[in-house]
Each structure stands twice: as C-alpha cells, then as structure tokens.
Design a protein. Sequence first.
Length: 435
Amino acid sequence: MRAEPPFGRRLIAALARWDDTATPSAQPDPAESGGSFGRRLLGALARWDDEPREFAVPVGMTGVAVTPGAVLSDVLREGTAHQLDPDITEVVLVPARPLILEWRQEHEPDAYDAALEPVVVIVQGFRLHIEMSAVLRIPARAAPALVRDFGDAPVQRFVERVLATAVNAYFMEISTGSALEKFLVDYQRVLDGLETRINEALASWEVEALTITVGAANSQDPALIEALRQIVAAEVEGRALSIVTEEEIRLTEVVHDSRQEQRRMEELVLRQKIQQLGANRVAAEVLLRTMAEMQVPEYFSNIGGDVSALLTGMPLAKAQAVVERTLRETAVQRSRADEDTTAQVQPEPHVEWILDRRNDHFVLRNVGSAIATGVNVSGPGLAEADAHVPANADIGPGAWVIFIIAANMTHPVPNEIEVTWDGHPEPVILPVPPR
C-alpha cells in the first residue's frame, strides 16, 4: 500500500507532458522568451507545491518514505502525523500488526497471502494434502528493506517469493525419493525441519514467525488408504514376530531396513529361547533326540548341557527349528508331569493385560492363561493422534501385539487406552507408560 502524490504534483506532471507536445521544436527557447503559458504556469505550481504536506500513518501500519531513487531508513510510526518534504514522492505502508497467512484454495485478490496455494505433497505417487498456516510479524526496522527489495507491494511479493518458495522447495526436497511409510512415521521430524527452513528464510529480512501450524497429512485417495492399511498390517505382523524384549524394540527402531541387523534380532530371540531350556535334564534329552531325528550333524551331539553352542555352528534356520521343536516337546512333557504329580484344582482361565512402551511403539501382552479373541484398542484421544491400534485381533496366553501411537503438533499421546475383547465388552483401562 502507498500514498498517492498530491494533486499539485500530479497536475504539474500533466502540464509538463502537454506543454512539451504543444510547443514546436522550431520555436525559440521558452527560457529566452519568457516561456509559454504552460511553462510559466508549471513553474508557479511547482513553487506552490514545494510547501510541506501532511501525511497521517494509519494505526497498524508502518510508513516507509520513498524519494526518487532512494528508500528512507527512518520509518513513520503507526498512528503518527508528519509534514512530508517535497522530495518524498510516496509513502509505502507495511503492516505493523501480526499477519495471519493461510495456504488455501481461495483468497481475496489483494490479500497478503494471495500467492499461498494449498500444500500438496506427492510421495511415491500418492497425493497428501497438508493444512498449513503461519503468523508473521514485520518489525518496523525491517520495513525499509522490504520496500527496497520488493517495491510498492512489499508484503505480497515477500510472501510469494520468499515464504511460499521456501515451503514448496522444502516439501519437494523431503518427498523426493522418500518412501511413504518413512514419510508418515517420521512426520514429526518433517514438521520440525519445515519450521527451521521457514525461520532461516525469514531471518535475512528480519521478519519473525510467531507461530507455524501444520496439520496431519491426509488424503481421500482409496488407493492410499489401502496402502496405509497394508503398511500398518505389515508393521504389526513384522514387529510381533521379532520383538520380545525392550532391547529388540530398540534394535528394530535403529536398524529397521537392515538385513544384517534383522538376523541379529532373530538370533537374540533364539538365544532367549535357548536360555529357557537352560541345563534342564529333560530339555537336554529332548534336544538330543530332536537333533537325531532331524539329522543334525553328529558334532552337535557333543554340546552336553550347553545348548547355546547351537548358535556357533548350526545355520540359523536349522537352529530355530530345533529349538522350537524342543520347546514344544519339553512343554508337553512338563505338562504331563504336572498332571501326574498334582491334584490341585487349576485356576479358572483368564485374560490379563500388561502394556509396555518404547517411544511411539507399544506392546500389549496377554499375561493371563486364556486366549483373547476380537481384541480392540480404543480410548479418548486416539482418533486425534496418529494411532494405528489393533482391531479384532486374537492374542493367546503369553502372546503380544505391537502397535504405534504417535503424537502430532496438536494432539499428544493419550494418558490411557481401553481394551475390549469377545466376552468382555466392558473396557479394561490401561495407563500409558511414560516414554
């Protein structure tokens, strides 16, 4: 926004153009003959227009005075009145109040955020729509530089050329070559990087970002919804097979895509199962018989009571098969022995839950003696958070299910979850452990 030159100065310019075209070039120099009527009138008006004129800066605006070829560094504060020197051709107004900018489909033509279009990020061919807004403040000291660099519409051009360019470039950079799963799982890191990029872009002009609000990435594309469902299913199934302890959760987070580390986690699970066998005589006998039946090389029969030697020489898949079969047969023999040696009444089978946590990953364990079918996890706040929770799952005694609840910028992880299953519609409330 700028202040128009006074009427007198505009009239002078009009008379000058008229007089230059109306006087033939062959006539004598007006300076020698006293000048034409237009020239003399122009001179009189110029002397009259040299008087200082008054200009009032509106509240909520900062005035920047402009002279031919220069932008004055001394600003005109909001709500003040000034006597402008004749050499000031215009006053450009820059907002002093906080500016609310929105990335949306429709804007008023003269709005400061008219250049901000809805944010659409394409990841692996899927279109993700992201709601976004920002509140900026332009300090008075920054106004002259904006006028100098962006002309008589400084705010609109600054928003278009600096802010919009920084946001579009960041999302283009972060989405190029990114997997959809990684983009969504690391979404909070994406938002942190966006805030840093915006602040860096604004700092060169001393413009301040008071708030930056970014919503969740969403889409109405049925193909994307199905892809997300498959990602969640694979995430739950893969982690349920490999995660047993907190150490495994840590390894899974650090080396999610590494085949070598995946083998290390499988060996860790196998080692824990072997430790369950220990030096138990029954287990050792079953182990030796199992290896004989599975045609394991003879030198493994020399392990004695140290069943951990399986890890040093036997292929991993073979060792896993031997240990799994040994555990099953040992459990059967122990069960038979218990039935023969005790006449005590067995407790009623029941379901009992324990909830463990590692960052945004949660392990729901059934530590009871009965299987739970149709398990569902719900609760206040889960719908607003980025949660991928079990639905209609079956969890046997000693089994578990892995799921993810991630906070976003507007909704934290809930303080508790509710678990229901077939035959138990009344929810069991489990407190969410701290990170």
